[in-house]
Each structure stands twice: as C-alpha cells, then as structure tokens.
Design a protein around this ligand. Structure first.
Ligand code: SF4
Length: 408
C-alpha cells in the first residue's frame, strides 16, 4: 500500500505529518507521489478561510481521479469544517487518535510516543499542544483543545535523536510554547536541551508575551545554542483592540517586556505577528499599531488581514473593516517594515556571518539562515546543504542578505 500526505499550516502540522508517516510505515505503507498513492492524507488547517478553500481544491482533484484512493482529513480542523468536508473524504479523523485510526490493527500508544520520520536539516520537536487562552479571533483552542505538555524526558530524548541523526536546528513547538508545564519549567527545558552535545541551534515558537518569565530571559542569555532571535506576537498596538482580542497585556506591558529582553540580550532580533482589520479597528487604533512598529523596530513581522472563523468569540462581532481597507493597512505596515529591515540589513554589509545552508533555491543558489533567522543567498556546491558555513555579506535587500562563502 502506498501513501501520500499533503500538509497545510504551521510547523506543528508538519511535525504531525512526520508522525503520521512513521506510523503508516510501521504498518506496512510506503511513501509515494500522490498520483500513485492508495491512501492520501490531508493534514489540514482551518485557521484562515483561505486554508479551507485550498482543502476543497485538493480533494476535488483527488476525487476526480479514475481510480480514487482512500482519503483521510485530519489536523487542525474546526468541527464546522469537518462536517462540511465529511462527504468528500472517506474518513475525518483526529490527529490525537492517530494510533487508533481504522487503518491500523495495532492500537494503543499516545500519538506523541510515535517517533517522527525526521527529514531535512531542521527538526520539529513539539513540546506541548493546545491552548487555554481563547484569543477571540483564534480557532486553536477549538481545534487542538486544552494545553497538554509532553513529558520532558520524551522531549529531551527526541531532541537527542534529532541531533544524533545530523539535524542542525531544533524547533521546539507549541501553540503557546512558553506556557510549557511539564516536570520542569520551559526555561529549565531549554537549559537541558542546550546541554545535548553537538553543534546545533535551538529555536522556539510561538511565545505568548504574558508567559515570558524573567527566568526564560535568563535561560536564553545563558544557553549558547538558543538563538538570539525571538518571535513575540503582539497582534495589535492598541489597548482597546488588544482587550477585544482577549490578549491580557497592554502596549505598555509589551514595550516593557521588549525593553527587558533587549537589556538582557542587546543583540536579539525580534519578529512579531500582527492582525489588521479586527472588528472595530478604527484608523486611530491602527495608528497605534503603526506607532508601535516604528518604536520597536521589528526585524520581521507576519502581518495578516483579519478573517472571521466560526466558533470563535470574534465571529459574533460585526466586521467593520472592508477587505480593501485591510489590504491597505497590511501594505502600510509592510512598507514601514521594509524601510526598517533594509536599514538594519545594511549593517550586515562587509560582515562575516555564520549560516546554516538549507536548500537550493529555484535559481540554483544556496539558501540558508543565520542564527537570527535572516535569509542568506549565496553560490556554492549542493553538498554543503545541511552544514554551517561562513559567508561574507556584500549585498542586502529588505528580506534577504547575499554574499560569498568564506569557509566551512
Ligand atoms: S495564544 Fe495563540 S494559539 Fe492560543 S488562542 Fe491565542 S493566538 Fe490562538
């Protein structure tokens, strides 16, 4: 039997797909291109409306094949979307029930006990799943349920396996990664993983500002392998909108936290997530986000236009911002970000940076990342992917650095 997995969404879904692969292979399946597969799994995401449209497109194409494979829908999917898709798939199954899926005889172990089929250079290691925060725009508490932290021992073992098998970058994942509640705090978990022997980087996403403790800042400063690059979603720069989003901090709290982090790690590079066009967001509210952008000088930002999702509290709120206006606000922030990042990137010209070579891009060049998550493009032999190289930067744009290899 041959299988193919189509994955949408974040790193957590990619990591879940690696567990699905292992479990299918342990049960006699073999990976194949989707045209040859007897089983197609769509590991989906309901977070944005556009994501559910993509599921429709994929499954309709699969179902129109002459010999139709068995199809499974799983992942971060809202109940309402599951009902909507039920007639298009043979099975709609919870990822948490992976080991009990009707395809398998062997039933039992917790899906987190399934060793992921680690591929590539970066390894994704989930440390917790679910979320208790109920931000009013977000489906995660409904699709993933309440927070569950994995035992620290399992996480450390999986991290060790990833390093031993040659992975150079570990991504510790959780919808609310820094609210990890295992036998030790998240800060101590970082300290433990930092002790694993080997040359690798440790990254973690997504952090909630309210759970960013002083001890976590201290652990980041102490742990050499923890990169000095941090994604800290602010979502809005306006206190009224933050309250409507059920984000339990103010812009002042956020700025205070950023100052504390920058004081401890002046070299830190910060990115953020922002939603524009939340119900009730007037020009004056948006202006506060613009101001915050200018004040904090983020190194990167993931800006999205609000899209209402069923089941969430914001679904019942009246949408007051047109799609055109959301796009305009997105463009305004993107332009500010471009100005800031270009200025910041100019400081890299003439500098030597350590880069993890990740892949060959569509132009045949090597694409890598610095520890601070800057994309670097350079020429070099394919065989250096998966290794750290030293690059002299000679050209920059708002989103990338370009340079020449100095040494391995
Ligand atoms: S903290 Fe993150 S995952 Fe949890 S509800 Fe808010 S946005 Fe969603």
């Amino acid at each position: 039997m041959k299988y193919h997995i189509i994955t949408f969404g974040c790193q957590m879904n990619r990591s879940d797909s690696q567990r699905i692969s292992t479990y299918l292979e342990e049960n006699g399946y073999e990976e194949a291109p989707k045209e040859e597969a007897d089983l197609v799994v769509i590991n989906a995401c309901s977070i944005r409306r556009s994501a559910t449209n993509r599921i429709h497109g994929k499954i309709n194409r699969i179902n129109s094949r002459e010999i139709k494979p068995t199809t499974i829908l799983t992942g971060c999917v809202l109940k309402k979307d599951k009902i909507k898709f039920r007639h298009l798939f043979d099975h709609v199954l919870r990822i948490e029930d992976l080991t009990k899926w009707p395809l398998f005889e062997a039933k039992g172990k917790n899906y987190f006990k399934v060793t992921p089929k680690l591929e590539g250079i970066s390894a994704f290691v989930p440390i917790m799943t679910g979320c208790n925060n109920f931000c009013t725009y977000c489906v995660v508490p409904y699709t993933r349920g309440k927070e569950v932290s994995r035992p620290a021992e399992d996480i450390i073992k999986e991290a060790e396996q990833a390093v031993t098998s040659g992975h150079k970058e570990l991504w510790l994942l959780g919808q609310n990664v820094n609210s990890y509640k295992g036998e030790m705090s998240f800060a101590d978990l970082l300290r433990k993983i930092n002790q694993i022997k080997g040359d690798f980087w440790i990254r973690f996403v997504s952090s909630h500002p309210k759970d960013f403790s002083d001890d976590l800042i201290k652990a980041m400063t102490e742990c050499r392998k923890v990169v000095k690059s941090l994604n800290l979603p602010v979502q809005s720069g306006d206190n009224e909108i933050l309250q409507k989003m059920n984000r339990p901090y103010t812009r002042e709290d956020y700025k205070g936290l950023v100052m504390k982090i920058k004081k401890a790690m002046p070299e830190i590079e910060l990115s953020t997530d922002v939603i524009v066009g939340f119900p009730g967001e007037k020009e004056r509210h948006f202006h506060n986000t613009v101001e915050l952008f200018r004040e904090i000088q983020f190194d990167m930002a993931y800006i999205s236009c609000y899209s209402s999702r069923p089941q969430t509290a914001a679904y019942a709120m009246k949408e007051t911002v047109s799609d055109k206006e959301k796009k305009r606000r997105e463009r305004v922030l993107t332009e500010i970000l471009k100005e800031i990042t270009l200025e910041k990137n100019k400081k890299y010209i003439g500098k030597d940076v350590r880069v993890l070579a990740l892949k060959i891009n569509k132009n045949g060049k090597i694409q890598g990342k610095t520890a601070k998550n800057k994309t670097v493009i350079f020429e070099g032999p394919k065989k250096i992917t998966g290794t750290f190289v030293k690059i002299k930067i000679n050209q920059v744009s708002p989103w990338t650095l370009k340079g020449k290899i100095l040494s391995k």
